[in-house]
Design a protein around this ligand. Structure first.
Ligand code: PLP
Length: 419
């Protein structure tokens, strides 16, 4: 693999200046065990810029009130900020309408919503659902639950030794019983960028709707749901430099309109009597109860921040780090990279022949380096590669080449100690 130089791309504002960006993330200035923090666990959750932290503080300091139901000033201000955030998200993914943007707690809840609501209403015994061999448990277990309830069959698109989906005979996956596909866009364990357009187009030839799990995508690649023509898309705010506890389900209006509510409660109704209820229009039909208002607004602030730097510039920077790290890691004795797809972003996973990932992670922690070790909520994928776990370093807009060097030096010491 040739290594790109770390030439900065021009951002929306000025030249990509990683040191300037780092100053916007107060947590990065910390020391851990007496060493400067090197945060390489971004695929688990990204750190938050001051703008996002300020948004949360500002909301509770001057705006807090419940949305939609009040006529008083604070409620109107809060409702406007909440709905403005929805518009920002609509624009960020280029949805046709903000009514297609539903606030959830995260990717997991968004996928559960579709599996439960669409699954219960439209899938019947014997129907088939297509998933891939690299799904996060969040895009596998909800489908297993509905499959058990409805006697559905789950079919898995296999993964090859490089960590790419085997799509050559994709057509053969479809039968007249295939009724849904739920597909990982970017693998959290391998970093593979899947050819989701091919899967969507093939699925649509068979009138099969497609849900994309974009949890690891929105922070690295620009998403245009209209161009992709996906039917549903799920992501979490916290991987996009926003808060935890807030996420998005995008769905095509016609599909969302046809689906029954997922949860019942306040805000999702039109009229309620003791015997029955009618439901609110989109998106509120799927937002029962008080929403996570402050964090929805802060997700809007995160999107503003990301747009200001520019996703293209961020992706370029991260790809340079990924290529540099890949080349350096391959020089280490006994190390094997898991996931060598041609198209990757964000993540590098590796194993040592004789050192357990948990030992690697614990050792690195003492050096101030945060990486993730384990199965990354993809146990079947680990099984596919015949390993229990990997060590995973994952990059964000604020990581530096120097941090990659610190990681490599830390790993050299790991090898020395454990061999
Ligand atoms: N899907 C993928 C690919 C992920 O990486 C993750 C989290 O790591 C999820 C789904 C679940 O996201 P959350 O826990 O924010 O709901």
């Amino acid at each position: 693999m040739s290594v790109k130089t770390l030439t900065p791309l021009t951002t929306g504002v000025d030249e990509y200046n990683v040191e300037k960006i780092r100053k916007d993330f107060p947590i990065l200035a910390q020391t851990i065990h007496g060493k400067p923090l090197v945060y390489l666990d971004n695929a688990a959750t990204a750190q938050k810029p001051q703008a996002v932290i300020d948004s949360i503080v500002e909301y509770y300091t001057s705006m807090n009130a419940n949305v939609h139901r009040g006529v008083h000033h604070l409620s109107e201000v809060s409702t406007k900020a909440f709905e403005d955030a929805r518009i920002k998200i609509k624009e960020f993914i280029n949805a046709k309408s903000e009514s297609e943007v539903i606030f959830t707690r995260g990717t997991t809840e968004a996928i559960n919503l579709v599996a439960a609501s669409y699954g219960r209403a439209f899938l019947k015994e014997g129907d088939e659902i297509i998933l891939t061999g690299m799904e996060h448990h969040s895009n596998l277990v909800p489908w297993q639950l509905i499959a058990k309830e409805k006697q559905l069959k789950i079919k898995i698109i296999p993964v090859d030794d490089n960590g790419e989906l085997v799509l050559d005979d994709l057509e053969n996956f479809f039968t007249e019983k295939t009724k849904f596909a739920a597909i990982n866009y970017v693998s959290n364990s391998l970093g593979t960028i899947n050819d989701v357009k091919k899967i969507i187009d093939t699925s649509h030839l068979h009138s099969v709707p497609v849900l994309l799990d974009a949890a690891q995508t929105v922070n690295h690649l620009e998403i245009d749901v209209q161009k992709l023509d996906c039917d549903f898309l799920a992501f979490s705010g916290h991987k996009l430099y926003g808060p935890t506890g807030i996420g998005i389900l995008y769905g095509k209006k016609s599909l969302l309109d046809s689906m029954p509510p997922y949860m019942g409660g306040g805000d999702m109704i039109a009229k309620v009597t003791y015997s029955e209820s009618t439901y609110n229009e989109l998106p509120h039909k799927f937002e029962a109860g008080t929403s996570n208002i402050a964090d929805a607004i802060a997700l809007g602030a995160a999107i503003d921040y990301v747009k200001q730097i520019g996703l293209e510039a961020i992706a370029h920077h991260e790809n340079c780090l990924l290529e540099y790290a890949t080349a350096e890691l391959l020089n280490l004795e006994g190390l094997k990279i898991i996931g060598t797809a041609k198209n990757k972003c964000g993540v590098i996973s590796f194993v040592f022949d004789t050192i357990h990932p948990h030992d690697v992670g614990t050792f690195l922690d003492f050096e101030g380096i945060a990486v993730r070790t384990g199965h990354h909520c993809t146990q079947p994928l680990m099984h596919r590669f015949g390993i229990p776990a990997t060590t995973r370093a994952s990059f964000a807009m604020y990581n530096t080449k120097n941090e990659v060097d610190i990681l490599i030096n830390g790993l050299k010491r790991v090898i020395k100690v454990f061999k």
